[in-house]
Design a protein around this ligand. Sequence first.
Ligand code: SAM
Ligand code: SF4
Length: 323
Amino acid sequence: MRDQWGRNINYLRVSVTERCNLRCRYCMPHGVPLCTHSDTLRYEELLRICAAASAIGITRFKITGGEPLVRQDCADFLARLKALPGVEQVTLTTNGLLLPQYLDALAQAGVDAINISLDTLRPERYHQITGSDGRSVTRVLEALDACVERGIRTKINTVLLPETSDELALLASLAAARPVDVRFIELMPIGEGRKLTGISQDEALARLRIAWPDLHATSERRGNGPAQYYAANGLTGRIGLIGAVSHAFCSSCNRVRLTSTGTLKPCLCYGEGTDLRGLLRAGCTDEALTLALAGAVRGKPLAHCFNQHSGATERRAMFQIGG
Ligand code: SAM
Ligand code: SF4
């Protein structure tokens, strides 16, 4: 459906849990309080909301979190979501650590694409950024190759952090021999990200051009995201840049977000949202649910204001929102 500004909203990011097996320093610091299991929507509740979303024209869904694969039966949920009428595409965003365990089930469930988040290839930095054993880098790279071998469309997502600015070309070279896109995302002032300074898309591009002087923008759309893609000789996949802060792409925004506790968020930047869990648990009809969703989508704000920190009213952290 169209929002009040005429944009076609056809994409819902669905967080299935706040919990995570990593503690990325810009997302989920150690010791954060977590919501209770009863605050988290049950799969049946998530599916009811997704069915209502499909009824208003949302055809593409991203399963995210926290780490979605730490929630039991996530692949089964994915299969049930894919089977809903009107659902065309279900993709997953993961830190990759549990992929070896769940890739078969995800493939059987019909996952359409997988995004793997990986900010560094250096074990000691991986440990500093995620709090986890640096040897996990190898595990994540093996999972990436397993996805590619299965023919699953796979992307790497890398947040542009100052401490990894010297290895962007190395990370991008994951797209050299593999048909994988590597996307660099500006750090957003959400949660812990408010206290940190990332590096800009332009600086990243300048650094990447040292390794690939012929890097050139393409007009391809590769997935549902706002990335600007670049190609170069020697790259099988593409390099994507997401200037979430420096290059607002709100005029083409196609998405809304559902937190694992049932708030429908029309824009990442603002705290406002519609409490769908309250509605569901008060026994609302499918019609009332669909109306509430449609109202939230229609009222989506025109633009984020990440470049003026004071206007951003979202106080939840990224692991609570779903990224
Ligand atoms: N745990 C999964 C993962 O890491 O892919 C899914 C959830 S995570 C919140 C989704 C994405 O949000 C990850 O790629 C992560 O790097 C990104 N992210 C988290 N905090 C961010 C921030 N402040 N700015 C930009 N991206 C952020
Ligand atoms: Fe977990 Fe993903 Fe946040 Fe890292 S970015 S702490 S993996 S939810």
